[in-house]
Ligand binder design. Structure first.
Ligand SMILES: Nc1ncnc2c1ncn2[C@@H]1O[C@H](COP(=O)(O)OP(=O)(O)O)[C@@H](O)[C@H]1O
Ligand SMILES: [Mg+2]
Length: 222
């Protein structure tokens, strides 16, 4: 069953067709890589998938419901309960330490609990960095903190926009292992990446070109 589905999705910014007639689906437990050159529409696509932006045209189905039929409160609810987001720019709060950054997100999800914040950080290998502020963490550690933060609501779907874009290979490998673990737990994973090595761990690669669907490669049938 497809938990997210695009049918002929278009997104226009004035004259710019950032997305032009894109159709594909994401199944439960499926890992989908979104690939394509800079400016091909990857971020626009994940912004719509993560309900931060809406399409100009086309149908977007969320667990079978048409997103356009949902009101704002229902959309917020879906985003809060089902989706965990990881960005290239970490968007961490500089004056809060690691555990406080995670707990701030718990606060938004109304599930403040220091013990589970700590275990989320343990899970990404940051048990020894709880009281460090973002500026006192390496790039790889900051991204792991972001992943811990994204997991706080036990989301079914993790959406990551170039999460390893600023990281070296060693840190990229650590993040890759985390993603593999999430997939093994049955979570759906949508990963925007430039990196072919990383992209090929997916079950399916969606390739964009100038806002159009270039091709879909199925590597592993779900
Ligand atoms: N908010 C916006 N306003 C105007 N144009 C935008 C906006 N966001 C993206 N675009 C344009 O849409 C196209 C796709 O951008 P984007 O989705 O960011 O590509 P990618 O993430 O693949 O690099 C680009 O031409 C970009 O300039
Ligand atoms: Mg982008």
């Amino acid at each position: 069953m497809e938990i997210l589905k695009f049918n002929g999705i278009c997104k226009y910014f004035g004259d710019v067709k950032a997305l032009d007639n894109i159709s594909f689906g994401v199944k439960k437990g499926e890992w989908v890589s979104i690939m394509g050159p800079s400016g091909s529409g990857k971020s626009t696509l994940v912004n719509i998938l993560s309900l931060m932006d809406s399409p100009t045209k086309g149908e977007f189905l969320l667990g079978g419901d048409d997103a356009s039929s949902l009101n704002e409160a229902q959309i917020l609810e879906f985003r809060r309960k089902k989706i965990g987001l990881v960005f290239q720019q970490f968007h961490l709060i500089p004056y809060l330490n690691a555990i406080e950054n995670v707990m701030l997100n718990q606060y938004y999800h109304s599930c403040v609990d220091e013990k589970s914040a700590k275990s989320a950080l343990e899970r990404v290998g940051l048990a020894h960095r709880l009281a460090h502020r973002p500026s006192e963490l390496s790039g790889g550690e900051q991204q792991r903190l972001c992943i811990a933060r994204a997991l706080i609501n036990e989301p079914d779907i993790i959406i990551a926009d170039e999460p390893t874009g600023n990281l070296d290979e060693a840190n990229e490998a650590v993040i890759l292992e985390l993603f593999k673990g999430l997939r093994a737990e049955g979570k759906s994973l949508i990963l925007v990446t430039h990196n072919e090595e990383l992209g090929k761990y997916a079950d399916k690669i969606v390739r964009l070109r100038h806002g159009k669907l270039d091709k879909i490669e199925v590597l592993n049938e779900i």
